[in-house]
Design a binder for this molecule. Structure first.
Ligand SMILES: Nc1ncnc2c1ncn2[C@@H]1O[C@H](COP(=O)(O)OP(=O)(O)O)[C@@H](O)[C@H]1O
Ligand SMILES: [Mg+2]
Length: 355
């Protein structure tokens, strides 16, 4: 595609911290960002040139938004399929509405990866208690039941220790369409962030080693303490997925490591929390590379500049901003959220030990 020149306007669906960091990176390259979000006082709106506050179903507002920007991208992927389709009819959209449809649904994304073929944990789509019981009989326990759509930060999940937990797990998810996955006794969790341009050029960050607390990402470290064989598989799988989706932008791929093998967990069609360290820890960050990719610019170097650790600041962790800054090596990022509710991602801090 013909590169979108600096000075163009990038529309971002979603107003959270990912949109905020995308808008900051876009501004550095001379672009303007227009945020579309139903939320008032959103983190991204604080740093953007324009904001539309409207529902994702508001066709008039979406049409006005699409005609005021040169391209639309996402920082929040759980928008209705009709929203993505409407926008795609009016302007450039990256990643595509098709990719969004796959990545929004845990069954579709696993079907897609399994067909590549890529390794995935055992899984079954379940739409009733009877189907759940049948799925547990086939897959065995322990297992995890997850909503097919809208889950994040471990929300929308119930664990089954034994087959006797079916009714309770099904009730916990309130009867929405779900997926049952065999519990993976992983040694580590890793992610790879792939960036891919319109012309098929690709680069990647990672594997990144991730630890979660209560289902929420807590710490990301680079380099991951995994074997070269695991690194090769993780990178190959993530790049293969991006290529097969004809993806444009940054794609986050989460994986489990069991022994010397890698299993796909989920993908995020956007910049990813496990890539936040790239702002200080890589030559060009995931945010800038996402902007470069969607605007048709050459991709930037994804090399790391040393050993890196990123810690999420969840809820009241962020109130320690003064203490955190007393370490002069700490690079603090706060998202401008007023209310430090428990479990809410308020910021992160990155430490780089230079090579
Ligand atoms: N099949 C599984 N086996 C073992 N642990 C799992 C499995 N699925 C999820 N988990 C754990 O729960 C976390 C959150 O689940 P995930 O599917 O990534 O959903 P979310 O969208 O909330 O990040 C994972 O990072 C992992 O620690
Ligand atoms: Mg996850």
């Amino acid at each position: 595609m013909t590169p979108l020149p600096p000075g163009s306007t990038i529309g971002i669906l979603g107003g959270g911290q990912l949109g905020r960091m995308l808008a900051l990176a876009a501004a550095e390259l001379g672009y303007r960002c227009h945020i579309y979000t139903p939320e008032h006082d959103s983190p991204a709106s604080h740093v953007a040139a324009a904001t539309t506050i409207a529902a994702y179903e508001d066709e008039t507002a979406l049409t006005g938004f699409a005609t005021s920007v040169d391209i639309v991208t996402y920082e929040f992927e759980n928008v209705p399929a009709a929203t993505a389709a409407l926008l795609a009819g009016l302007t450039l959209v990256a990643p595509s509405a098709t990719v969004l449809g796959v990545a929004q649904d845990r069954v579709r994304e696993k079907d897609f990866v399994a067909a590549l073929p890529g390794s995935v944990p055992p899984y079954r789509a379940v739409a009733s208690l009877a189907e759940l019981e049948a799925a547990v009989a086939e897959i065995g326990a322990p297992a995890i039941l997850k909503t097919r759509r809208m889950g994040y930060d471990g929300k929308g999940q119930a664990r089954l220790k034994t087959a006797a937990d079916c009714a309770e797990a099904w009730a916990a998810l309130r009867g929405v369409p779900a997926i049952l996955e065999g519990f993976v006794p992983f040694e580590r969790e890793v992610s790879v962030l792939v960036v891919r341009g319109w012309n098929g050029d690709m680069a990647h960050y990672g594997p990144v080693e991730n630890s979660h607390d209560d289902g929420i990402l807590s710490v990301s470290r680079v380099p991951a303490t995994v074997s070269p064989a695991v690194t090769e598989q993780a990178v190959a799988l993530a790049r293969r997925i991006a290529g097969a989706l004809d993806y444009v932008g940054v794609l986050g791929v989460e994986m489990f490591v069991v022994g010397d093998t890698v299993l796909f967990n989920e993908m995020a069609p956007r910049v990813h929390n496990s890539g936040h360290w790239t702002t200080e820890g890589a030559v060009v960050s995931q945010f800038e590379n996402h902007i470069r990719a969607i605007c048709g610019l050459p991709l930037g170097c994804t090399d790391t500049v040393g050993r890196v650790e990123m810690r999420n600041l969840i809820g009241e962790d962020a109130l320690r901003w003064h203490d955190l800054l007393s370490d002069p090596q700490a690079r603090l990022h706060l998202y401008g959220k007023a209310d430090a509710r428990p479990g809410r991602k308020m910021g992160h801090v990155t430490y780089v030990q230079r090579d």
